[in-house]
Write a protein that binds this ligand. Structure first.
Ligand code: ATP
Length: 513
């Protein structure tokens, strides 16, 4: 088995074993691509949300947050284009009966060609050492250039065929490239068909007058339809932004890769409304701001890259993804899109209401342009969790599993551990717990050896362990153990609050921005 797969399996089993993520309705054998967050997962998720929400709404005077409903008037989705165009091309394998996204089959084929190019680059980097000039090598090495050219021809043809709705050509491409079912090797494919990803539901009690609705496939439309409500009540002038965190639903054709691609997931989106003609400047600014927000988490700059879209959706005049190195390779984590005035204009047309802004300086009314940043909360969770999870071999040859979460995001900030329950150590530890619980999420544990309790908290990502022993009763000090360095130091009980706060407060993370 490939090493990457091992790493990914470990991520999934660790998430379950330590109460982060469970398959939904597991006692009924689960529901495909739907997951529940357990006691530690919910805390971690809330902390990630808080980091995003505060970075958006608290650090930017001109961004406010809203919470719009999941159910929206059905015309919303006609206006946004989702009814007519929120489709994925699907293809079935006649032998294995498995269903695939036709575009993903082609993209995966290209990713394999790219892997070959990367191997050439790695080999050359080793050969040339410090003198290696990557950019020059990429633009002059015939093999790398050939691999890149091949990918570009294939991806351009795919994009053209999808844009022209020429699904027969997408199938022809799959056949010409001799793409096989990755599991069985069969090349016996059906035609390619379009499949709408929205979940339908009904509003109303009687079958006759029930209204067909959709579960929202993105949170953005709740922001667009509220644009004027928020602008007028907040009295913000352009440029200003509206942020939102909420559930979105997509009936994904192929939902694999754990919480990377789910049917029910959460998005954190911000729509920034700007004057026409100024959008590309803001687009560049938000690309950089969003990357910096990710980098502040300290997961490693090499794990991120931009992917600028060459083929743009009809409503965009610039778009890029921030890709992250997941256990299964670089994939989209966040999208930054310059969406022009497409959405607001479409809602004006379908609702018959004006969605315009009066610009005092320009002395004119116009429909604002929009730059959006859209990140999947669950994908972000996976990025953080999978990068933090490490197996370490210690100096004495023993091993430990540690979840090096950024301390501000850790579900539990400190574990209070009496060496033993008797001799009053339990009571003393409980007193510390009760004193600190108003400031931090803590756990109190008295079972098992202290070594075992340390290991369990390492695996949970708890930044600090606080051990109460007999000396604590007289000198009012405790042993404070750091999760990452495993260093232990004696500190005064009176100093615990400020030590834990300094390392784990959200302020520490936000102040890096
Ligand atoms: P993909 O190409 O991977 O399907 P997308 O381009 O359709 O994603 P957007 O519509 O731009 O995604 O949504 C914004 C963000 O929402 C994505 O960057 C991703 O982080 C997240 N997201 C989208 N679909 C899913 C899903 N099915 N499960 C989890 N997160 C998702």
């Amino acid at each position: 088995m490939a090493k990457q797969e091992d790493v990914f399996k470990k991520v999934i089993s660790h998430a379950k074993e330590y109460g982060f993520i469970f398959p939904s309705s597991e006692i009924y054998d689960g529901l495909s691509a739907v997951y529940d967050y357990g006691q530690n997962g919910a805390e971690l998720k809330n902390n990630i949300k808080s980091y995003w929400w505060k970075a958006m709404t608290q650090l930017n005077e001109n961004i406010v947050g809203i919470d719009s409903a999941i159910l929206m008037h059905p015309t919303t989705w006609k206006a946004s284009g989702h009814v007519d165009a929120f489709n994925d091309p699907l293809i079935d394998n006649k032998d294995s009966k498995k269903r695939f996204r036709a575009d993903v089959l082609v993209e995966d084929y290209c990713a394999k060609i790219e892997e070959k190019a990367q191997k050439e680059i790695e080999k050359a980097a080793k050969r040339f050492g410090d003198a290696f000039d990557k950019a020059q090598f990429e633009s002059t090495n015939p093999r790398v250039m050939e691999y890149r050219e091949k990918q570009s021809i294939i991806l351009n043809r795919l994009a053209r065929s999808l844009e022209n709705e020429d699904l027969a050509d997408v199938k022809a491409l799959i056949e010409e490239l001799e793409i096989a079912d990755p599991d069985t090797g069969s090349k016996n494919w059906t035609e390619v068909r379009q499949f709408n990803l929205m979940f339908g539901t009904k509003l109303g009690a009687s079958a006759d007058n029930a209204m067909d609705l959709y579960l929202r496939p993105e949170t953005a439309q709740g922001i667009f339809v509220n644009f004027l409500n928020v602008q007028k009540t907040s009295r913000h002038k352009l440029p200003f932004g509206i942020a939102q965190i909420g559930k979105a639903f997509r009936n994904e054709i192929v939902a694999r890769q754990f919480i990377f691609r789910m049917r029910e997931f959460e998005q954190m989106e911000m729509q920034f409304f700007v004057a026409p003609g100024t959008e590309l400047g803001f687009y560049e600014e938000w690309k950089q701001k969003r990357l910096n927000w990710h980098l502040a988490l300290g997961l490693g700059a090499d794990n991120y890259k931009f992917h600028d879209h060459e083929k743009l959706a009809h409503y965009a005049n610039a778009a890029a993804d921030i890709e992250f190195k997941f256990p299964f390779g670089f994939k989209e984590l966040e999208g930054i899109h310059s969406r022009t005035d497409f959405d607001l204009t479409a809602h004006e047309k379908h609702s018959g209401r004006k969605l315009q802004y009066f610009d005092n300086e320009r002395n004119e009314n116009y429909v604002p342009y929009v730059v959006e940043t859209s990140v999947g909360l669950d994908r972000l969770f996976l990025a953080i969790f999978s990068t933090a999870l490490k197996d370490e071999v210690l100096e004495d040859g023993s091993e430990r599993t540690v979840l090096s979460l950024p301390p501000a995001l850790a579900p539990v900030k400190a574990a209070i551990l009496p060496l033993m329950k008797k001799d009053g150590l339990g009571e003393y530890a409980e007193k510390i717990f009760n004193d600190l619980k108003y400031d931090f999420n803590l756990i109190y544990e008295e079972k098992d050896s202290i070594g075992k309790r340390y290991r369990r908290n390492d695996a949970l990502g708890t930044p600090f362990c606080i051990t109460v022993d007999h000396d604590s009763l007289t000198d009012h000090t405790v042993t404070l153990r750091d999760r990452d360095t495993m260093q232990q130091e004696r500190v005064a009980v009176a100093d615990l609050r400020s030590i834990i706060d300094e390392k784990t407060n959200m302020r520490t993370l936000l102040s890096k921005l």
